[in-house]
Every structure is written in structure tokens, then in C-alpha cells.
Design a protein around this ligand. Structure first.
Ligand code: NAP
Length: 335
């Protein structure tokens, strides 16, 4: 009998076909995430789970899932999973690093440029008739933005995505500085970037782009106190996780004009309430968590989920295992 696998959203048919050679696969085919009660019920029935960042995989669920051996996450971030608890229980957790770096870095750059050159505002200006009403096709002061060349880009979290964003910054002729939990001297030399402590990065950056995971340490890393230290007129871009920024503090800094503009792909509550105060700012560009949303990347992510599940099935270490310590608790496989 094949082990049972529950996948919490539709992936790609070719990937499901491949997985079906190893697993008895059930796919949740609705657009909305399965409610927690459904997830809990399924987790108790299966040997493996394929999850998304919208699925809460907490210790309550994991400890009741007696046959569950692996949680294969369809994302690089895994802040929705209690990894520590999974490890204690001998449950493998995998993610999809690397394959989404390019797409997320490109989206970061699209947002950064949209904020710098007021693209969304310009679209509204044309579409909703303001340009037409002004009865002038061109004016020296119309829709002025800021240039990138010669400006300072501050990267918080020089990992895979942060490094790629840094490369784009260099290509635009920017000075790139970074802050990370651990200084990365080799990478610094390779990318031509400078390490700064967080306060200095805040003070010197014209643009700040955030690329840390969401952890206890990075929760509200950008808070009211830190937003008081930014260079006046800074533009902030966040494609990491919404909770890395205290949104209330950001709203205040935008209102006071200390932050010139922001571009946010991720939000403290997703989906974002359209009545949230942040939506009132025309100088804030908003996206619905689409960092990895390209056809190419989403397929590669699904393939990596499958590779992890198949490796585990075959008794091999999954290629992108998050909790390596689990290897000491239980060997991979269903035996
Ligand atoms: P990564 O390679 O692990 O990079 C994260 C970087 O942040 C690492 O350099 C890490 O340092 C650093 N870091 C960790 N804790 C920190 C702290 N307390 N202060 C400062 N820096 C810290 O991950 P990635 O692949 O670039 O992805 C980064 C994050 O982007 C993911 O965790 C995910 O939440 C988010 N993401 C969002 C989307 C989207 O759709 N918007 C798509 C993909 C990813 P160490 O190497 O020393 O740990």
C-alpha cells in the first residue's frame, strides 16, 4: 500500500502524476485554504503533507498526526510551521529555496522602481482623467520621482534573494550596503557591497529592501523606534514577510513624511483588508504576496516539493530539508 499524501492546494498535473507513482495523493481543490479543522483531520489520516504558507502547522496539529512523517512546504519561508515541535516528533520539514530567488528578486525590483517613479500613481493619473482635466500634455513638475544611480540601497538580510537584489542595485549604479545577522565577508567582496550595523543602514539608505525570514528576532524589526532613524525621504520595499514591519509604525512614518514611499508585497494580515489605513496612501504600492508568482518558478517549486517527497519515500535525505536535526531522531522513509 502506498503512503497517503494530502496536498493543501492544486499544484501542476504533471507533478501530481509523478507523485502518484509513490503516494496515494489527495489534493484540496478549492481556491481557499482548507480550514484548520480539515487540515487537522487530514493530518491525522495521512503519512505526508504538502503545505502552503497559509496552512497553520502548529504543535497541536503535529502531535495529533500520529502517522505523519514529512511536511513538504511549497515556499522557502516556513514561519507557518512549528519546526521545533516537528523535529522533536521526528517529522521532516522541507521547503523550496533557490528556485524562487529570481522571481522574488525581480518582483522586488519591479516594486522598487514602481515606488521610485510613481508608476501606480501615474497609471491612476491617466486612467481616472486627472491628466486630461489638467489640459496639459507635459509639465516640468508633473509626477516627479527619484533616480537610482548614485543612491544608496540598504539590504536587510543578504541571503539568496537579498544578494540578487544587491546585484540589480549594482547594475543600476547604486551604492549597496547591507545588514545581516552575521557578516558575510566573502559574499561582500563578490557582490561589491558594504556591511553596516542596522542603525547605520537606516541612516544612510535612500532605499531599504527587506529579505530576512520571519523569526522571533525579525518580528517587527522595522518598528517605530527604527523608523525614527531612517534618512528622511527613504523608500521602503518589503517582499519578505509582512510581520517584519510594524505596519502601524510605517503608517505613522508615511503620514509624517519621514518615509517618502513604500512598496509592500507582504502584509501582517493576508489577505490585506482594503480598509486598512495603509491602502489610503497613493505613495504605497501594494501587491498580494506574488513574489514567486511566475509560471516558471511556481512549476519549479512544485517539482522541488515532489523531489523532497520522493527522496523521503526512497529513504534518502530530502534535498532541501529544513530541520537537519531530525535525521538524529528518525531516518528518512516510511519503514
Ligand atoms: P535566505 O537565503 O535564508 O536569506 C535570508 C537572510 O536573512 C539570510 O542572509 C539570513 O542570515 C538573514 N537573517 C536571518 N535572521 C536575521 C536577522 N535576525 N537579522 C538580519 N538578517 C537575518 O532566504 P531567501 O531565500 O533569500 O528568502 C528570504 C525570505 O523571503 C524568506 O524567508 C521568505 O519569508 C521571503 N520570501 C517571500 C516571497 C514572496 O512571495 N514575497 C518569496 C520568497 C521568499 P543567515 O544566513 O545568517 O541565517
Amino acid at each position: 500500500m502506498k503512503p497517503k499524501l494530502f496536498i493543501t492546494r492544486e499544484l501542476f498535473p504533471d507533478v501530481i502524476d509523478k507523485l502518484s507513482q509513490y503516494y496515494d495523493v489527495e489534493v484540496w481543490d478549492r481556491y481557499q485554504a482548507p480550514p484548520y479543522e480539515v487540515l487537522l483531520k487530514k493530518a491525522k489520516e495521512v503519512d505526508a503533507l504538502g503545505t502552503l504558507l497559509t496552512d497553520k502547522i502548529d504543535c497541536n496539529l503535529l502531535s495529533q498526526a500520529k502517522n505523519l512523517r514529512i511536511v513538504a512546504q511549497y515556499a522557502v519561508g516556513y514561519d507557518n510551521i512549528d519546526v521545533e515541535c516537528a523535529t522533536k516528533l521526528g517529522i521532516y520539514v522541507t521547503n523550496t529555496p533557490g528556485v524562487l530567488t529570481e522571481a522574488t528578486a525581480e518582483l522586488t525590483w519591479a516594486l522598487l522602481m514602481a515606488a521610485a517613479r510613481r508608476i501606480v500613481e501615474a497609471d491612476h493619473f491617466v486612467r481616472w482623467g486627472e491628466w486630461h482635466r489638467l489640459k496639459t500634455g507635459w509639465h516640468p513638475h508633473m509626477m516627479l520621482g527619484v533616480e537610482l544611480k548614485g543612491k544608496t540601497l540598504g539590504i536587510i538580510g543578504l541571503g539568496r534573494i537579498g544578494s540578487r537584489v544587491a546585484e540589480f542595485g549594482k547594475a543600476f549604479g547604486m551604492r549597496v550596503i547591507y545588514y545581516d545577522a552575521i557578516r558575510k565577508e566573502e559574499l561582500e567582496k563578490k557582490l561589491g557591497v558594504e556591511y553596516k550595523d542596522l542603525d547605520t543602514l537606516l541612516q544612510e539608505s535612500d532605499f531599504i529592501s527587506i529579505h530576512t525570514p520571519l523569526t522571533k528576532e525579525t518580528y517587527h524589526l522595522i518598528n517605530e523606534e527604527r523608523l525614527k532613524k531612517v534618512k528622511p525621504g527613504v523608500i521602503i520595499v518589503n517582499t519578505s514577510r509582512g510581520k517584519v514591519i510594524d505596519t502601524e509604525a510605517l503608517v505613522k512614518a508615511l503620514r509624517e513624511g519621514r518615509v517618502k514611499a513604500a512598496a509592500l508585497d507582504v502584509h501582517e494580515q493576508e489577505p490585506l483588508d482594503p480598509n486598512h489605513p495603509i491602502t489610503a496612501f497613493i505613495n504605497v504600492t501594494l501587491a498580494p504576496h506574488i513574489g514567486s508568482a511566475t509560471y516558471e518558478t511556481r512549476h519549479k517549486m512544485a517539482e522541488l516539493v515532489a523531489e523532497n517527497l520522493i527522496a523521503f519515500y526512497e529513504g534518502r535525505e530530502p534535498p532541501t530539508l529544513v530541520n537537519k536535526e531530525v535525521l538524529k531522531v528518525r531516518p528518512p522513509g516510511f519503514k
